[in-house]
Structure formats: C-alpha cells, structure tokens
Design a binder for this molecule. Structure first.
Ligand code: ZN
Length: 448
C-alpha cells in the first residue's frame, strides 16, 4: 500500500500546489471579513469533496465552519483541525511578492496563509485524496473541522463544538500548526497554554489638569503604575493571592520529554538581542519555566502626553493591557476574580477591569499512545522522530476539545516560515512530506 500512495503523492505535487495557490488567492482575512470568507469556505468544501469526502458548510453567528467526513466503518477515527482564515497582509511594501499572488522561489512557496494554515490544510486533504484516488479506503474514519475565525480567537468555535460533540470526538487529532525547528528536526506540540487578558483603567480626574496641580491632585498614571507593580515582584513571582494554587507541577514523563529538548539558548538570546533570560535562567530551569509556568505581562500602557517636546499635563486617565498565560488546571474566571480581589485589597478599588477575555489551557499527555503514533508517522515521512514539546507557550482554542480528542500539533512550517509576518512561506519538500505523514498517521492510528 505504502509505495502506491507515496508515489501518488509525489506524482501529484503540481496538483496540490495548484490547490494551495487557488486557496491562497482568496484573501480570507478574518479580521476584515467580507465575501472572501464564504468563498474560502466553499473552496475548501470543494477540495474535500474532490478527495472523496462528504463536506458540509455550517453557518455560525460568524464565519462558517466546514466539516467533512469519510466514514469507512473503521474501528478508529482521526480528526483534523484546521482554519481557512488568515492574518492581514500587513505592510505590502515588506513583501517581495504580493501576499495573495503566491510565488514559488528556491523550493519555497510564498503567500499569506501558506504556513498558517492553508499549506497544512491542503497537505492533509491531499493525503486523503491520494488514498481514495488510488482506489483505497483509509484505514481509519477521517474527519475535518475547518473553521474561519482562528486568527481572531475563534469566537464561534465553541458554539459549533457544543452542537457537534459526537462529530469532534475521535481517537486522535492533528492540530493546525507545526513544523521544523531551527536544527531541521520536526517538532510536535501537545498543548497550548490558557490566557486571561484584561484592560485596566484608572480615571483620576474629570479632565486633564495643569501638571503644577499634581501637588494636590491625584495621579491616574501613578495609581496605574503602582497597581501594575503590585502584580509581580522583581523575582518574577506573581503576587496575586491564590494565583498559583491550581498550578500542577510537570509530570515525570513531561520532565523526561523536555530533558532532551535543545531550546538553542544562544541563538534565542542573539535573536532577541539579550544577554540573559529572566532571573539568569538556563538549562532545565529555563525549560521548566517555559513549559510549566504561568506568566504576567504588560502588553501596553497608555496615559498622558507622549508627543514631541514638553506639555505640562497631569493626565486624567491611564490604561494598560495585561495578559496572564495560564498552565493546565488554572481557571481563567478564578484568576480574574483573584485579580479583582488583589486590586481591592491593595487599595486599587479605583483601578477598573474595563474589559477581559480568556480561556483555559489544554494538553495531551506525553505518554498518550497517539503521541507515539504521530512520532512513528513522522519518522516514516521525514526520516527522524520529532522533538516532543509538552505544550506550546502560546494559546488557542484547543481547550474546547478537552476530553473529546487527544490532539498533537504537527505541520509543514519551519523556523523561517514567518507566520503573521511579511514573506510567509513553506518549503515545498515539507509540504509533500506532511501529506505523506498524514497518510502514515492514519496507518499508525489504525494499529494503535
Ligand atoms: Zn495564526
């Protein structure tokens, strides 16, 4: 079976690239909306149908979710989660070729969305197509969930998952992103951190005052800065009472997994232009913090006058955006409540949480058999086993699928793919191998 399928994939690389180019030409920027979203959903549904699957477009209160199924009455079911929306193109002058007119140069294909996430989507559909056009049934039932709002925090995916719990329940799932690390090795990500983000606002005066009045009038800016300072000490400890109560330490299998990861400390320091990481961390301590610790970050502070020259003002208001990345078992609503309590108890009753959003973390256990299945499939397609990351430090809607499907995230990106940036691209070789890996994942899952 292997040989036939693999040569089908090799022989149809041009067709798959044509599909990818077709999809990238549709500027499905979720942040902008418009009729491109529906056109992209329809194009995806057509590709899924062409691969021999039964596709459905589900309207939601936002962009549609496209699903597809190929039920072959197998014991096991594999679910692919992808998205057809993309980030805005950004500054067009920074692109070497137009973002929505894909171009192939030096073995890479360039265009907005090729890495995040249309390349992955097309490679997976291509894998199914390779089987069905060779007259073979996949060894597992295959399902796709392709949403159109991932880049704007998936606001309507929850309503879809709630209404379709049976459909999204599966024995294994392949999440949207992944690829090759700095050292050329494939990487597999088993989870995503949760997040709480808030907008803090202080209004001190009814209107801006002359700065000379600061000797008798309260300062919104100082109040905000002190409130922010109260959240974390210089040793990076988050000082909100109860914040760490639900944090579980990394498991022994997770420790074993991260022990063999090379995080390329020197390259990373060089990349960010720093001499050292926080607290001077390195080695295991640095990795444990990356994979196992929550964080508190100031995203932005706005207050007063920041234009040229001087303007003697005492600003009436000040605001800041703050985010907390959460690890498994921390509950965003609890964290939000603890934050409010902390502010009140420290005399910051006048610091308002004007706006907040968040969701919990989720991850698949390192020792889950599906992780091994994906590792073996990766070895068969790429010639080596992937680096296993117990979680990514980033966040995403993975939590919606908790308890329904064990997800592993592998994909066709690489260290230089520049998702969300100008000149986004993937290596065509990884695109081809990713399609092969998807076939092998089906095979390994069937044997699991
Ligand atoms: Zn993205």
């Amino acid at each position: 079976m292997d040989e036939e399928i693999l040569s089908f994939i090799d022989n149809h690389t041009e067709d798959a690239l044509r599909d990818l180019i077709h999809l990238v030409r549709i500027p499905s920027v979720a942040a902008e909306g418009g009729d491109s979203m529906e056109r992209a959903a329809e194009a995806v549904a057509k590709m899924l149908e062409a691969a021999g699957m039964k596709a459905t477009i589900h309207p939601t209160s936002g962009a549609s979710v496209v699903t597809a199924e190929l039920d072959v009455d197998a014991k096991r079911t594999l679910l692919f989660y992808n998205h057809y929306d993309v980030q805005p193109a950004g500054d067009l002058d920074m692109w070497d070729s137009p973002p929505f007119e894909p171009e192939i140069r030096d073995g890479r294909i360039y265009g907005r969305g090729v890495a995040d996430n249309k390349g992955d989507l097309v490679s997976r559909i291509w894998a199914v197509r390779a089987l069905t056009e060779s007259g073979l049934d996949p060894p597992v039932n295959v399902r796709f969930v392709v949403e159109g709002e991932e880049e704007i925090s998936s606001p309507h995916l929850e309503e879809f998952v709630r209404a379709n719990r049976d459909f999204v329940s599966a024995d294994g799932g392949i999440w949207e992103f992944g690829g090759e690390g700095l050292d050329g090795r494939q990487e597999a990500w088993l989870g995503l951190k949760g997040i709480v983000y808030v907008q803090l606002e202080v209004r001190g005066l009814s209107h801006d005052a002359h700065s000379s009045m600061s000797c008798i009038l309260p300062s919104a800016a100082y109040t905000l800065v002190r409130a922010l300072d109260s959240l974390k000490d210089p040793e990076e400890n988050i000082l909100i009472e109860g914040f760490y109560d639900d944090v579980r330490p990394l498991t022994e299998p997770e420790r074993e997994a991260i022990a063999v990861i090379d995080v390329h400390e020197e390259e990373m320091k060089h990349h960010y232009g720093i001499d050292q990481f926080v607290l001077g961390l390195s080695g295991d301590a640095l990795k444990e913090r990356y994979y196992g610790s929550p964080s508190c970050n100031i995203r932005g502070i706005t207050t007063g006058y920041q234009g040229p020259g001087s303007m003697t003002v005492l600003p009436a208001e000040a605001s800041a955006k703050v985010d907390f990345r959460l690890v498994e078992s921390q509950d965003p609503e609890t964290i939000l409540r603890l934050l409010r309590k902390h502010l009140d108890q420290h005399g910051f009753q006048n610091v308002k949480i004007a706006w907040s959003e968040g969701y919990p973390a989720a991850k698949t256990p390192v020792d889950h058999p599906f992780v091994e299945a994906v590792s073996r499939a990766t070895e068969r397609a790429f010639g080596h086993r992937p680096v296993i990351h117990p979680t990514s430090a980033g966040s995403g809607p993975l939590y919606l699928f908790r308890g329904l499907v064990p997800f592993v995230s592998v994909g066709c990106g690489d260290y230089d793919s520049r998702a969300h940036s100008p000149n986004e691209s993937i290596k065509i070789d990884n695109f081809v191998r990713s399609a092969k890996r998807a076939v092998f994942v089906m095979d390994e899952l069937a044997k699991m």
